[in-house]
Design a protein around this ligand. Sequence first.
Ligand code: NAP
Length: 261
Amino acid sequence: MIRVLVTGAGGQLGQHLRESTSEYPDMDFTFVSKEELDITDEIALDTFFNANPVDFCINTAAYTDVDGAEKLAEEAFRVNATGVKLLALLCHKHHVTMVQISTDYVFDGKKAEGYYPDDDTNPINVYGASKLQGETYIKHILEQYAIIRSSWIYSEIGKNFYTTISKKLREEERIGVTNAQRGRPTHARDLAEFILQWIKNESRSYGILHFAGPEIMTWYEFAKKIAKEQGLGHEGKIVKDNNYRSFAPRPAHSVLHMHKA
Ligand SMILES: NC(=O)c1ccc[n+]([C@@H]2O[C@H](COP(=O)([O-])OP(=O)(O)OC[C@H]3O[C@@H](n4cnc5c(N)ncnc54)[C@H](OP(=O)(O)O)[C@@H]3O)[C@@H](O)[C@H]2O)c1
């Protein structure tokens, strides 16, 4: 049995990993939410790792409020950098392979061709900087790890772009959506599958990997796609909002590529 720990299990990706477990009968999963295991609590982490031996740790725990991170930078770094460092140190001590989920926001979005795993990083917001610091700690502490960068993760559960647009389509007359950023929306179920397949594959490659959905689009195009998928009329309802400004700057073209052609 491969023993797999999933931290941050109450979140969107954590819930999809949980849904996938039945397809992996040779894995023994332990899911812990923030309430059950806070990754910034050094003593709780140490106690947990001593009592629960595992082979892999999938860390989905993160401070994910991109706008909030601009105001609460210390909190974003506490979870996304210091918490990740504590986990990596314990993974090292207990010979656990760490799977960390990272983000396209480690890039500045200025590269028209999109980004490969070994491209230079240059985050333009606090969230991206905090996630990159987490990546750096893992690279320094561990040899056997996967840092899986993904982008625009969505699903039919939790609070994400998909559920927000779905709700607004039912409630509002007109929805303004920015057309200024381009990326690859990624269904949380597909990312969960990619992670578990990586663990299952004995000839897995370690290091930084990219995994993102197949289609490149803007948020405006994504909103129209969501409406179509749900059979909700959107003609004239979803409009390009060229004046849309978010609190945190966001990369304009954060398209992740998995492999060099
Ligand atoms: N969502 C995206 O578009 C996106 C894109 C690229 C990469 N990612 C990365 O993908 C991963 C999963 O994202 P997601 O969409 O599943 O995010 P999510 O739904 O916000 O889930 C993150 C979970 O981590 C928990 N958490 C926060 N602080 C914690 C702590 N100190 N200890 C333990 N758990 C803690 C959160 O609990 P509370 O909600 O109670 O705080 C939440 O349940 C994250 O690493 C994120 O950075 C996300």
